[in-house]
Design a protein around this ligand. Structure first.
Ligand SMILES: [Zn+2]
Length: 258
């Protein structure tokens, strides 16, 4: 669920901890440490001062005077700084708000803390994550960058846009909304996208991210109310197709998305 719009909101929230020093990392869920030893991670974090709050795609980065702390939010992760949450828990429908779901906690020397609360445990914490594995940032993607993302692939365009190693930041809702706005079938192979469609799609990605950021999240798209069985296209009234593309539930208008 957290896509780049939500993670950017977390980044702004995390600016509050810049300048604070980590006293302890009392909670580190081994499931999201990518094989690292929790005790070793904890030892590396203690005493480090947070120097910045940055974002690449859906990855939140907290550079310190020691390692860079990389935070991933998976499907259901939320950031809590000093006990508050930027993004309303209601957005995560019915999952409640249990402190038992705190998977990573950084406690600071001034008594405050930063937490990732994640019911489904698909997020994670990694020291010095390899950011060279991420594609270009989606919110500022250029036509030239997008041409490289799509080049020479028979993969469905939706699957390619979701691949963080190709383009960083988009999730299921932003991709469906963008392709719906651009009039492009999510299942079309990338190498079937004509050269003159690439700048149109790049503009649609940037504009969709910007507009939904202003509206308040990835779930505020025009297609969102129609993401239900039996719904019709908000643009032309055609019954929407519901299919799976790139392993994700996808809504597509058979009339105007080609
Ligand atoms: Zn339509």
């Amino acid at each position: 669920m957290p896509e780049l719009i939500e993670v950017e909101a977390y980044r702004r929230q995390a600016e509050a901890v810049v300048g604070r020093t980590i006293a302890d990392a009392p909670v580190l869920d081994p499931l999201g440490l990518r094989g690292a030893d929790p005790a070793a991670v904890r030892a590396q974090l203690v005493g480090c001062r947070i120097e910045a709050a940055e974002r690449l795609g859906k990855l939140l980065l907290l550079p310190t005077d020691g390692p860079v702390v990389g935070l991933r939010f998976g499907m259901t992760g939320r950031l809590l700084v000093d006990g508050g949450a930027t993004i309303d828990g209601l957005l995560y429908g019915g999952q409640g708000d249990e402190p038992a779901w705190d998977r990573y906690v950084l406690a600071f020397t001034d008594g405050t803390d930063l937490r990732i609360r994640d019911p489904r445990r698909l997020g994670g914490l990694q020291l010095d994550p390899d950011t060279s594995r991420l594609g270009p940032e989606a919110s500022t993607v250029t036509a030239r960058q997008l041409a490289t993302v799509l080049a020479g692939s028979r993969t469905a365009v939706k699957a390619r846009l979701l691949d963080q190693a190709r383009l960083a930041g988009l999730g299921n809702l932003l991709v469906d909304e963008t392709l719906w706005r651009a009039g492009i079938d999510p299942a079309r192979p990338c190498d079937d996208i004509a050269p003159d469609e690439v700048p149109v799609l790049a503009r649609a990605i940037r504009a969709t991210v910007a507009e939904l950021t202003r509206r308040g999240g990835s779930h505020t798209g025009d297609l969102q109310p129609a993401r239900a069985r039996g719904a019709t296209c908000p643009r032309d009234g055609a019954p929407l197709d519901r299919l799976t593309v790139g392993g994700r539930t996808t809504y597509r208008c058979p009339r105007h998305q080609r």
